[in-house]
Design a protein around this ligand. Structure first.
Ligand code: AHR
Length: 521
């Protein structure tokens, strides 16, 4: 694994004595070296997720009969907002829903599709949106589909048949069914998840690591016989409860499946339950740690193998989620999980994405959970939609896809958040686009009270200056709503770089997320 970003906490002001008097004294120092690349910011880091849950599919993506939908029932306004979000990959059909879903219920003429009680969230599933509707949606959006099989209550053969239905070019029974349903050419689904959160006791068909490994190995073999070119994602840890042995789960899964899988998944949701801004944004510590531990477990599983199969991390569910938990709603069948995001949640998007970029050598897929209405950046009603606060950083970071992640050296004032070690107030990632020499420096200032001035070394003194994208708001709890989604929007400006030595200085305002874009000199 490439070196992780090294963060040295120091009283940087002392180091930097002697700067030009007119400039504020830097308290932090950031060193950029465009040769110190970590890996590609994989386009699939900007994946998303659509589950049969609440109003994500029905009333979100798909709204038959709505004047806002096209002839196939897809909401045009949602498609447009999804495109502008920069989504590259879409995971479906769950989530917890996947562990009770039988895909054959969702194909063929709609009138013949069964309505079933749904075991994960308590709703009735009409099956009006199924495999072909999902894959057509992805095709129309130009995003890569990622299907998660039912490794809870489902069977190996059911999973194998699903691959055959989607990908088989020859005249077979399931390819014939696909053709009958209007799709001659194989859909060519490349990414397949071997189940969802099977380590969680809340999961339908929850298994221990041994039973899961056995099931997933057989499913992987059978699915690969249906299409040898597919990429498989094992169900990694999602249960970080006090009693959960998440390291043991990942170790066991990797040991068992290392010859078959291409990714192992990780899931993390965070929340500001204590109403403590700085502690909330300290969750980068757990995110970095989970990535680094799983990366180590991958290496350990492969140690001694001559030609190990490359395995990456798919962070295929992540977000802020703590208010709309839906506790007790199962019996009502109306679980919606409709979080309304505020400004500080938007800053958390930068924190997650910085962590993924810092580990770009091993995290090559990530899926925000979810796309519409359900813990989502896009929120609809029957008349239209609004963009939640979290939409904007996601869309901005997505522009860095395909660049090289840089290993940045940071020295910043630090703070203590609970029992964590001291954390730098500045949470940073950087990317470099070789083609035109553009550096993006992504800086989250997670101090609630303190602007932080940093000297940025190594990039020279960029001409013609800095392009600044900044997300900030005086009210950490500011939210958007229908007809009111202009409040928490990024400000953009060009500023000359304030020269200092082999670099420049810049002040990152308190509680802000900044992307500085410049040409490395
Ligand atoms: O995204 C909401 C739920 O969170 C998903 O269904 C599940 O996988 C996770 O626990």
């Amino acid at each position: 694994m490439a070196p992780s970003t090294r963060i040295l906490a120091a009283a940087a002001a002392a180091l930097l004595a002697g700067e030009a008097a007119a400039q504020p004294q830097p308290q932090a120092r950031i060193k950029i070296d465009t040769d110190r690349t970590i890996g590609e910011v994989h386009p699939h880091l900007f994946g998303n997720f659509a589950e049969h849950l609440g109003r994500c599919i029905y009333g979100g993506i798909y709204d038959e009969g709505s004047p806002l939908a096209d002839a196939d029932g897809y909401r045009r306004d949602v498609m447009e907002a999804t495109r502008r979000l920069g989504v590259t990959l879409l995971r479906w059909p769950g989530g917890n829903f996947a562990s009770g879903y039988h895909w054959q219920d969702g194909i063929g003429p709609r009138a013949g599709r069964p309505v079933r009680p749904e075991g994960a969230w308590g709703a009735l599933e009409p099956n009006r949106f199924g495999t072909d509707e999902f894959l057509r949606y992805c095709e129309r959006l130009g995003v890569e589909p990622y299907i998660c099989i039912n490794a809870g209550l489902g069977t190996v053969e059911e999973a194998r048949q699903w691959v055959e239905y989607c990908n088989e070019p020859r005249e077979t029974y399931w390819a014939g069914q696909r053709r009958k349903n209007g799709r001659d050419r194989p859909w060519g689904v490349k990414y397949w998840g071997l189940g969802n959160e099977i380590d969680g006791p809340w999961q339908l068909g929850h298994k221990n690591a041994g039973d899961y490994g056995k099931f997933a190995l057989e499913a992987a073999k059978a699915m690969r016989r249906a299409d040898a070119s597919i990429k498989l994602i094992a169900s990694g840890s999602s249960n970080f409860g006090a009693a959960a042995d998440w390291v043991g789960w990942n170790r066991a899964v990797l040991d068992r499946l290392k010859g078959e899988i291409d990714y192992i998944s990780l899931h993390t949701y965070i929340g500001n339950r204590e109403n403590n801004f700085e502690n909330f944004l300290a969750a980068s510590w757990e995110i970095d740690q989970r990535i680094e531990v799983v990366a180590g477990l991958i290496r350990a599983a492969q140690a001694g193998q001559a030609n190990p199969r490359p395995i990456h991390i798919a962070y295929d569910e992540w977000n802020v989620w703590y208010r709309a938990r839906g506790s007790g709603e199962f019996a009502t069948g109306r679980t919606r999980l409709e979080e309304i995001y505020n400004f500080e949640d938007a800053l958390a998007m930068g924190m997650f994405l910085n962590a993924f970029i810092r580990h770009a050598d091993v995290v090559t897929m990530a899926n925000l959970a979810q796309l519409v209405n359900v813990i989502a950046p896009i929120f609809t009603n029957e008349k239209g939609l609004f963009l939640q606060t979290i939409y904007f950083p996601l869309a901005e970071y997505a522009k860095q896809k395909g660049s090289q992640a840089l290993d940045v050296w940071v020295s910043s004032p630090t703070y203590r958040a609970g029992t964590r070690p001291p954390l730098p107030y500045l949470d940073i990632s950087a990317t470099y686009r070789r083609a035109d020499g553009t550096v993006c420096l992504n800086v989250l200032n997670r101090s609630e009270k303190m602007d932080i001035t940093a000297r940025i070394d190594g990039g020279g003194q960029p001409a013609p200056g800095l392009e600044v994208w900044e997300l900030n708001h005086p009210d950490l709890k500011a939210v958007h709503g229908f007809g009111d989604d202009a409040k928490v929007r990024p400000a953009t400006r060009h500023v000359p770089a304030a020269a200092s030595g082999n670099g420049f200085v810049y002040t990152f305002p308190k509680h802000s997320l900044t992307v500085l874009r410049f040409r490395a000199a």
